[in-house]
Design a protein around this ligand. Structure first.
Ligand SMILES: Nc1ncnc2c1ncn2[C@@H]1O[C@H](COP(=O)(O)OP(=O)(O)OP(=O)(O)O)[C@@H](O)[C@H]1O
Length: 313
């Protein structure tokens, strides 16, 4: 079996007594593209920030996150700094606030390249121009001296993708990389990510199931800080098992009629109100207290889902 590019086990993210991400496990093969899909507030970004070691100070992460041979949660800041940008990189949703507004695109790219590769300033500028070209930016050399505010949203997002990919990382995390873009630019950026995904492992975070279906080999559905379903994209699209995943699939625009809006409960029921029979028996088919929709674990069947009835956890 090929070693995982990224392996997350039992990751929880907490602030004070609140658990915002609740014991999730994921494994990503080299060159695999995994979509993390879920509604706003489900814990997607916190999961990504935990992997990058970029959580705010008051927020704690527990569990294990391995990038190849490196244990990311155990690394001190200096160790993380050596890996970030070189072995793992992230594209953020909002390129306007993620790029430094007072430094040119070229200076920001060259700095990242020189931090991780032994190279002269001149050579770093050349690599920077190449990275911009590879991100589909026309006349990349001319863009090196531009400031972020001088670029359109689409160009800025491409520049950020170039920045993330400049050192050829093993793992790329893209957090809602197309949300702020108009439809045609969205398609171009997705095509770019798809092209990159052939070279390295990619995690695409989105609330849009259609976007994930376009690019990803597998999809993990997050709900209330947990992964409630994970499996090959095709399988989830054809036969979603968890009601939330089914609702997301139903929202993907179709040519054969309007999408249906299916209301689902806002949160798992508290343990003392949990029903003995599975509330989602119709989908999971495990109507008794023996409901085996166990917390998703590595080594679970290819396409697995978790029940949120606490009696069945
Ligand atoms: N610094 C923080 N302090 C306290 N709570 C936080 C903090 N950051 C996030 N949260 C909370 O944690 C939960 C998960 O947030 P997260 O940003 O991961 O969601 P998300 O799925 O990425 O949503 P979106 O799609 O809107 O970005 C939310 O309830 C959010 O309000």
């Amino acid at each position: 079996m090929t070693a995982a590019a990224l392996d997350i086990r039992g990751l929880s993210v907490r602030i004070g007594r609140s658990t915002l991400v609740d014991g999730i496990s994921l494994s990503l093969a080299p060159q695999e593209t995994l979509g993390i899909v879920g509604e706003s507030g489900s814990g997607k970004t916190l999961t990504a920030l935990a992997v990058m070691g970029l959580l705010p100070a008051a927020v704690r992460a527990e569990g294990s996150i391995r990038l190849g041979d490196a244990d990311l949660l155990g690394l001190p800041e200096r160790g993380l700094n050596r890996l970030r940008g070189r072995r793992i990189a992230m594209v953020f949703q909002d390129s306007a606030s993620s790029l430094n507004p007072v430094r040119t695109i070229g200076a920001q790219l060259a700095e990242s390249i020189r931090r991780h590769q032994k190279t002269s300033r001149r050579a770093a500028r050349g690599i920077a121009a190449e990275a911009l070209g590879a991100a589909g930016i026309p006349a990349p050399a001319a863009l090196l001296d531009a400031y972020p505010h001088q670029l359109s949203g689409g160009l800025r997002q491409r520049a950020m993708i170039a920045l993330a990919l400049a050192n050829d990382p093993e793992v790329l995390i893209a957090d809602e990389p197309t949300t702020a873009l108009d439809a045609t630019v969205q398609l171009q950026v997705l095509a770019l990510l798809k092209q990159h995904a052939r070279r390295a492992a990619t995690v695409l975070i989105t609330h849009d199931f259609g976007v994930a279906a376009e690019v990803c080999d597998r999809i993990a559905v997050m709900y209330h800080g947990r992964i409630v379903e994970i499996g090959p994209t095709e399988a989830i699209l054809r036969r979603p098992r968890h009601p939330y995943a089914a609702a997301l699939v139903d929202l993907v625009p179709r040519l054969d009629g309007p999408a249906r809006l299916i209301p689902i409960p806002g949160a798992p029921p508290p343990a003392d109100q949990a029903i003995a029979g599975c509330a989602f028996a119709a989908r999971c088919g495990r109507a008794s207290a023996a409901c085996a929709a166990a917390p998703l674990a590595l080594g679970a069947p290819d396409h697995a889902f978790a029940c949120w009835n606490p009696l069945h956890a």
